[in-house]
Design a protein around this ligand. Structure first.
Ligand SMILES: [Ca+2]
Ligand SMILES: [Ca+2]
Ligand SMILES: [Ca+2]
Ligand SMILES: [Ca+2]
Length: 666
């Protein structure tokens, strides 16, 4: 934080910015081009094969306050289709911009060290707590409907802490919570030191500045109690609604709850705490080294405030192992999803991420911010609140007082006479070939059918082997893997053939009288158990074919089958040669005649007895019905005079004998 303070006080930079930005321009889009957003998971999520997962995405706009560097901060909107629709470099150095009163936003101003109220063009309208000397704390501020607000002052209290092991003139940073009316009269106040004294067992007293609590979030719970997050104590504290006395402490060394949080042992240096009702609390746990290494998570705890137990009832740690040492947010959205901002998890090449995750833990949308960008909190605001049409005569003119980005205005007219008005969804009312449902010519960079993008030809069937996630129009090119096996066991048994089964053929053609296709002659991809397997890639359609035996005899039957979109891998099963069903055969795996494809049990020949089945062998076994390769053959020559072993006794044998005269035999 100290480097941040230093740099923002360089007034030359501030002056330069003011001129550069051109204040008063409500819908300046200049910064949009500078901020390169990366969509990690497109809205709706993706399946393993790249197809759309159709996961729910909360509608509305993300309002992000990007900290790209200590001197470069932006406000930006990202819509629910992951488009950055508005971005502006800001004159403010705070972490966090949010809607305040109608027509107003609140943002921390680091040069003033106060919360500042601004309009949509960042013109300052008001500065909070001017009648108080201490700095405003920069983490959060809360406004009520009646215009009163809660703010935390960061009071510096000097104390001699030598009696408890600290320094003689320690500067204690004391969070002082004030409820103020618009005239800055104190309606109620709460001081950290009054309720949570500095404690040598809990706090680090080694430094001259003792930031012992480091308050960073406040939220009301459903009963009006106030949840406060104290980062440096790893603790969430509930204040009772009536007198702001401490009801309980959750987490930390002196917490009141027994935490049931297997593998994690509770939260550490947490941010952004929310009451979800029914005793459930959601927070961003920055985390700490555990069995899985450094990892942050969104954590939901279910509290039992009778028995004081806290159960981990939901969590999401990123599958890519994201860790944010500081900052970060987690908030439950209206549709039940959870929106997570990964704080300082960026590295120089990449910015941090914002992830929307379903209750099942599936990512339904994820963006990565521009390089080096951090994000203190991610928030999503309802559709139409921050983006809208400004033209009075439009049928969709916005009544929201918080507009930052301009939405397309609609006028309910049909200028091009294609009988679609812009309200009906005509996305170009000056071109009669463009309207919802119009034929969209792929690749011409014109979105004729108004579905938001130009058509892309390809295979759109997610079950097909060549599915193309980018394709929007099916080009009829989808292919399915079709598998078929034919069993020759009956043929081979009856006629005692010993064919090379891989020389059989599957002759295949489409059934299409109008546009006959050429036929294929397929060779088997595999053979075993007297059965061959054919594998072929086919598009949707009706097919017929027959199998041809290795000796050339073709089946007399024709086999018909259909491949339909969505079929995925098609297994036509196993048929007996020339039959539309499996062969009868022996289904006992212990039997010598076992046939794994047979469906009816017949033709078993008895259990397998292994041994030598060759009658000529010395160890021939008459009981054996499966040869185990152990046969022993004794080679005895019946013609000892055939020295050269050419099968006859001739002069050549004599020549061999003469050539070896004089040799010594051993
Ligand atoms: Ca029209
Ligand atoms: Ca049109
Ligand atoms: Ca097109
Ligand atoms: Ca289109």
């Amino acid at each position: 934080m100290s480097s941040l303070k230093l740099l923002v006080r360089v007034t030359i930079i501030l002056t330069g910015w003011g001129a550069w930005m051109g204040h008063g321009c409500t819908f300046c889009q200049g910064a949009l081009d500078d901020l390169d957003l990366e969509v990690m998971v497109p809205p709706g999520g993706v399946l393993d094969n790249g197809g759309p997962a159709d996961l729910p995405v909360q509608s509305g706009d993300l309002l992000l306050s990007l900290v790209q560097s200590p001197t470069s901060m932006f406000a930006a909107l990202v819509d629910d289709e992951a488009n950055m629709t508005w971005a502006e470099q800001t004159p403010f150095r705070g972490f966090y911009m949010k809607p305040w009163a109608p027509g107003e936003f609140v943002w921390y101003d680091y040069s003033l060290r106060k919360w500042t109220v601004v309009d949509a063009s960042f013109t300052t309208l008001d500065t909070l707590t001017q009648s108080f000397a201490p700095d405003d704390d920069y983490h959060d501020v809360h406004r009520f409907e009646d215009g009163t607000y809660l703010v935390v002052l960061l009071e510096e209290v000097f104390e001699d802490l030598t009696s408890i092991g600290g320094l003689a003139s320690a500067k204690i940073l004391n969070p002082r919570l004030l409820h103020l009316d618009p005239q800055e009269q104190i309606l109620r106040e709460w001081s950290g030191l009054d309720h949570m004294p500095v404690d040598s067992d809990l706090d680090n007293l080694l430094f001259s500045t003792v930031d012992y609590l480091h308050w960073n979030a406040m939220q009301f719970d459903e009963h009006g109690g106030l949840l406060l997050s104290f980062r440096n104590r790893n603790q969430i504290v509930r204040l009772r609604p009536d007198d702001w006395s401490i009801h309980w402490k959750l987490g930390g060394e002196d917490g009141d709850f027994m935490l049931m949080d297997p593998g994690w042992n509770g939260f550490h240096v947490q941010h952004d705490v929310h009451d979800l009702g029914n005793g459930r609390i959601l927070l961003f746990d920055n985390g700490i080294s555990n069995n899985s290494g450094f990892l942050s998570r969104a954590l939901e705890l279910t509290l039992d405030t009778v028995n004081f137990t806290a159960q981990n009832s939901w969590q999401f740690a990123h599958p890519s192992g994201i860790y944010a040492a500081a900052q970060g947010s987690a908030i439950r959205l209206e549709n039940g999803n959870t929106l997570i901002g990964w704080g300082t998890a960026g590295v120089p090449e990449f910015g941090t991420r914002v992830t929307e995750v379903t209750p099942d833990g599936d990512i339904s949308m994820e963006i990565r911010l521009p390089p080096t960008a951090n994000l203190y909190r991610a928030r999503k605001y309802p559709e139409g609140m921050l983006t809208g049409c400004l033209v009075d005569s439009a049928v969709n003119v916005s009544s929201s007082p918080w507009l930052l980005a301009e939405a397309t205005c609609l006028f309910g007219v049909d200028s091009d006479g294609d009988s679609w008005t812009d309200v009906d969804g005509d996305c170009n009312d000056l071109d009669a070939t463009v309207y919802p449902g119009a034929p969209d010519l792929p690749g011409d960079e014109v979105d004729q059918d108004c579905d938001g993008q130009d058509a892309v030809l390809g295979c759109t069937d997610v079950s097909a082997i060549n599915f193309d996630p980018a394709a929007t129009v099916d080009g009829g090119t989808c292919l399915h893997e079709v598998e078929f096996r034919v069993d020759f066991s009956q043929e081979m048994a009856e006629d005692n053939f010993s064919w090379n089964l891989l020389q059989s053929t599957w002759a295949l053609s489409t059934v299409n009288a109008v546009d006959p296709q050429s036929s294929w002659s397929l060779q088997p991809s595999n053979a075993a158990w007297q059965t061959v397997q054919f594998t072929v890639l086919l598009g949707s359609g009706m097919y017929q074919g027959h199998v041809i035996r290795p000796d050339g005899l073709a089946e007399t039957i024709f086999r018909q089958f259909e491949v339909n979109p969505g079929d995925g891998h098609v297994d036509l099963g196993t048929s007996c040669f020339n039959l539309n069903e499996a062969c009868p055969g022996c289904t006992d795996p212990m039997d010598v005649a076992f046939n794994p494809w047979a469906i009816e049990d017949e033709g078993c020949q008895g259990w397998i007895v292994q041994g030598c089945t060759y009658p000529a062998a010395a160890n021939f076994s008459a009981d054996a019905n499966q040869d185990d390769g152990t046969c022993i053959f004794q080679v005895t020559s019946e013609c000892p005079a055939d020295v050269d072993q050419d099968g006859s006794v001739t002069v050549s044998d004599l020549m061999v004998l003469l050539a070896s005269i004089g040799a010594l035999c051993e």
